[in-house]
Design a protein around this ligand. Sequence first.
Ligand code: HEC
Length: 403
Amino acid sequence: MGARLKPAAIEQIVTAGNLHVRRHHMATRMPQFPKDRVAGLIDAIVKADGPTGEEKGPAFTEGAARDGRLLVGTKGMGCVNCHGAAGAKSLGMPSVDLTVQYERLRWPWFRQLMLDPAKANPGTRMPGFWTDGNIIYKDVAGGTVEGQIAAIWAYLSLGRSMAPPAGVRPEGAGMELIAIDDPIIHRTFMAEVGPRAITVGFPDNLNIAFDANTVRLAKAWRGRFFDAKGMWEGRGGTANGPLGTDVINMPPGPAIAVLDSPDAPWPRAKDRNDRNVGGAFRGYRLDKKQQPIFMYRLGTVEVEEQPLPVLKENGVGLARRFALSAKGEPPSPGLYCLLAAGAKIERGSAAGEWRVDDKVTVRLKAPDDPKPVVREKDGTKQLVLPVNFDPEGKATFAVETSW
Ligand code: HEC
């Protein structure tokens, strides 16, 4: 058990019952023991039975995590035939859930299990997947055994924020929309966003809602996307909110605005019927991966805003890419982007990084050396970027938000 489980996981399993995976074929439940009684024993197990190889696993990359998700689902090696994942049950044999395995297992043991299940876990019914080094999915994760094992590990490292693999449906899914291969774009009534919401669910477990009424990105959230059932209930007008967790609301008002002076109030909708506060909405177009790019016009400036998922170890965040193009003279006096608002805004640990309300990190990526300012307005702090146009009348920058 020492070689198999991370020391922190042993402690959780023995003293708190967390991270303990239910084995459905066993009638027995494991009891929990008080920490002060077993601390010495846990130490002894860890000392006596250490990792069987280099403990540090392969480095995380977005590509690996996506390849891993493919391999785990039914379009790959079909681990979900026997293992539940991301809140969904397995398709057949109810073996242990994969969502918590990264938190539980040590990398060298996991790697060994993948290479030869019967050797690492004697008596297991888990089959081998690369028998005699044979590779079935040659285009995935470099087409090597090590690359594919590392990819599955990267996917598992997303933990509870992992997107469901192909083939499974979370329990009680009903009319839930689930993006597996391509993003789902769903126009709907949405609570707090309004009657002209354009919601997007990305396969990476990030979801956003754009309000085409006021013309602004309104919300982002992780996990499950949206339940379309509201459209079918009663007279079809039940406005549902996000299905998932970790919802963040963008500051009220649009992202981009022309201000008369650097400390003019930021515009916002006066009431529910106040439309086009953020400009004239011109719809969206799709990039090669079917990901929408929202388009709107603000005076003489055409704005393209693309919300995208950024995968990081332990979760997914939001990147917003802005591409602005001024037709004729750039707007005067000035055009600004509202990067964040909150009760407290402080510089983060890296350059170009800010912490908002000790909860959200905002990272600005721009070609020049942009200088956003923190200002106090309407009872909140606002992080505002003055946008500079190049001689061709273009400006591009990206804002990454993690929470
Ligand atoms: C035919 C069914 C089956 C398939 C397919 C399968 N497994 Fe398993 N797996 C099992 C069984 C059975 C166990 C042992 C569970 C136990 O100890 O109770 C297991 C154990 C594991 C464990 C160890 C869990 C623990 O804590 O002991 C991991 C990790 C795992 N499998 C990952 C995978 C991955 C990744 C895939 C796909 C590449 C996969 N499995 C495919 C049946 C399967």
